[in-house]
Design a binder for this molecule. Structure first.
Ligand code: SF4
Length: 314
């Protein structure tokens, strides 16, 4: 890639309107890597109740085998509340005109099919919504759900976001991911064969990885024929297994210099048609590294590095 192709540009070209994703967190959703179906405790960087007795969690959580869903009304209320609050904000701040509802937290295909259908279809009826983006794991999406999403994609902009993180199976074991890269390959292939849009998430700075492994993950992910990508540095927040390791001195976070150097090389490797949805991430709820606290500062450093590397921003 020699000209930065962001997801915003992709949407603007396609719809000729300023379009933003609205992140949603559905109460009662969990993850098979937390509830014991695949593993307990989750990925080492995942904030969940295993590491904090005070973590806000529903007493009842859903999984693919759930027969009942006493939370449905609460979930619908949360969806509406979060959507309408954020829409107003985005209209005011960014002048956004169209929206994609982004089911972001936990595993958003890991619930009874009827629940998923109700939530997705409710979201698609909200004003100015053109589609959905659904964050999930490659081991937690049923063929029935994929087929249903394919049917929706005839009318709406539908994206599936898979957490890939690394293509290195040793790393995936170290971070307690609960599936290997073969599972990623198989599910992404199936999703692409149905004609659905796929966004892959990668993390730089995972335990034990050098730049060689990180760029190998980029190469392997591109080979999956993904349509979009998100890059993310591994940072440490409280209530995670990684925080315990960091405090014991067993984990050193990636430096900003190494992160940006890896990111620029990764962007150069991308085909021009693969849009970038995220180049970094930041949070205020942070243990380390300090440079991840301020996202706008990071973006400014990344833009400077892109220009220096000859990648046009516009
Ligand atoms: S897949 Fe996502 S929700 Fe599940 S444990 Fe990993 S980070 Fe947490």
């Amino acid at each position: 890639m020699d000209k930065l192709y962001t997801f915003g540009k992709y949407l603007k070209q396609k719809y000729n309107k300023k379009t933003k994703k609205i992140p949603i967190s559905i109460p009662g959703f969990t993850c098979p890597n937390i509830d014991g179906t695949v593993a307990r405790g989750g990925c080492v960087f995942c904030e969940n109740e295993s590491f904090s007795p005070n973590f806000q969690k529903e007493k009842f959580t859903l999984n693919l085998k759930s027969k009942e869903n006493p939370l449905l009304q609460k979930q619908l209320n949360a969806l509406k509340f979060q959507f309408f609050n954020t829409v107003e904000l985005y209209k005011r701040i960014y002048g956004s005109e169209k929206f994609i509802v982004y089911f972001q937290s936990f595993t958003n295909t890991y619930a009874p099919f009827e629940t998923l259908k109700t939530l997705y279809e409710t979201a698609l009826q909200f004003p100015d919504v053109i589609g959905l983006s659904i964050g999930t794991r490659t081991d937690s999406i049923e063929d029935k759900t994929l087929q249903y999403l394919k049917d929706l994609s005839n009318k709406y902009e539908i994206w599936i976001e898979y957490g890939i993180q690394s293509s290195n199976n040793e790393t995936l074991k170290k971070i307690n991911r609960g599936h290997d890269f073969e599972n990623v390959k198989e599910t992404v292939k199936k999703t692409k064969e149905l004609g659905l849009n796929v966004c892959g998430h990668l993390i730089f700075g995972l335990p034990g990885e050098s730049q060689k492994e990180m760029l190998q993950s980029v190469k392997d992910t591109i080979e999956l024929n993904i349509d979009s990508i998100k890059f993310h540095p591994l940072y440490v927040t409280d209530n995670t297994l990684l925080a315990l390791e960091y405090k014991k001195g067993n984990f050193t976070p990636i430096s900003e210099k190494d992160y940006i150097d890896t990111l620029i090389k990764a962007i150069k490797m991308l085909p021009q048609n693969v849009s970038i949805q995220r180049m970094t991430a930041g949070t205020s709820n942070l243990l380390a590294p300090a440079w991840c606290r301020d996202k706008s500062k990071q973006i400014s450093h990344i833009h400077k590095a892109l220009i220096k590397a000859g990648i046009k921003l516009k």
